[in-house]
Design a binder for this molecule. Structure first.
Ligand code: 13P
Ligand code: SF4
Length: 310
């Protein structure tokens, strides 16, 4: 008689470990992934760290646990290796807020502008861009551009506004894109957590709105927030970004108190990648991510210009 029971976590992990050895696969995961997915990954990081890691992979196969644009970036930077994702529906809504037709129109309206595109975008949009950036390096990327050149910043308005503020530039043309998850975080959530934890350090992702950023003690990418909390002498941290990061923060800082600013900051796309799907992906070698050759060349150049600057 066969059992209809679903395998438990320990069995799933064992089967994943067997298969990843057999397939010579490496698993890259983003800081927002489910705790159990982060725990089995060979590498966990922010968008920039994942992109850099993708350039170094020697394994036969990359299994990327994140959202679609991250897998496309890994494919662009390591074109000879298959890149798989556990769930092809794990996309980033912000990346879908700009398409090539709209960007072509904006470029016609602003012919002098340098197009700086956040990595949270499709490969087709990157291919039409001068440079990419992530939330970890957007400031140095923009500083590498002569001050007098206008910047068409695509698609995250909040990040663009933040970078304009830090660099003191007033020649930004901001795309009206946003992250639905980060925009659920409100200033009143921070104020409420601060009342409960007086003296706590408030860490904010730059995708948050201006009101929320104004209350921050520290602003950075997910990787930079992890580093900041590790190095800080403070004991309590209010975390204003997607909830998944709290797992890594608590794991790396067992003696510190990590307070998620609100349970609403949950990215449903990031959470589509479960351990079962990781296993099925390795079993069936699915779902492979590809980028058309005419898009891959120019998209790769925009990412490589970013990596050269930061
Ligand atoms: P990081 O590059 O800071 O990890 O951010 C990626 C992202 O999707 C934020 O919502
Ligand atoms: Fe996209 Fe926001 Fe999810 Fe990041 S948290 S993947 S920006 S929807």
């Amino acid at each position: 008689m066969t059992s209809l029971e679903r395998p438990g976590t320990a069995e799933l992990v064992e089967r994943i470990n067997d298969l990843r050895r057999k397939r010579r696969a490496v698993i890259l995961a983003h800081n927002y992934q489910l705790p159990e997915v982060q725990d089995i990954a060979d590498f966990v990081g922010d968008s920039l760290a994942m992109a850099r890691e993708a350039t170094r992979v020697q394994a036969d196969l990359i299994l990327l646990c994140g959202v679609h644009f991250m897998a496309e970036t890994a494919k662009l930077l390591n074109p000879d290796r298959p890149v798989l994702v556990p769930d092809p529906n794990a996309g980033c809504p912000m990346a879908n807020m700009v398409d090539p037709r709209e960007l072509a129109e904006a470029k016609r309206r602003h012919p002098d502008a340098v197009v700086v595109t956040y990595v949270n975008s499709s490969a087709a949009v990157k291919a039409m861009s001068d440079l990419c950036c992530t939330s970890a390096n957007a400031v140095p990327v923009v500083r590498s551009i002569p001050r007098e050149r206008p910047i068409l910043f695509v698609p995250d308005q909040s990040l663009g506004e933040y970078v304009a503020q830090v660099t003191g530039r007033d020649n930004f043309i901001l795309w009206p894109g946003f992250c639905p998850t980060h925009h659920r975080i409100l200033a009143e959530h921070i104020e409420a957590r601060r009342r409960e934890h007086p003296g706590a350090d408030v860490c904010v992702h730059p995708e948050c709105t201006r009101d929320v950023r104004a209350l921050a003690d520290f602003i950075g990418s997910t990787g930079q927030i992890l580093l900041h909390v590790r190095e800080s002498r403070k004991k309590t941290f209010i975390i204003a970004t997607e909830l998944g990061i709290c797992h890594g923060l608590q794991k790396q800082n067992p003696g510190k108190t990590i307070v998620p600013v609100t349970r609403l900051a949950d990215c449903p796309n990031m959470k589509l990648n479960t351990l079962e799907k990781v296993l099925w992906s390795l079993e069936d070698l699915r779902y492979e991510v590809t980028v058309p050759a005419d898009v891959a060349g120019p998209a790769r150049r925009a990412i490589e210009r970013m990596l050269a600057v930061s």
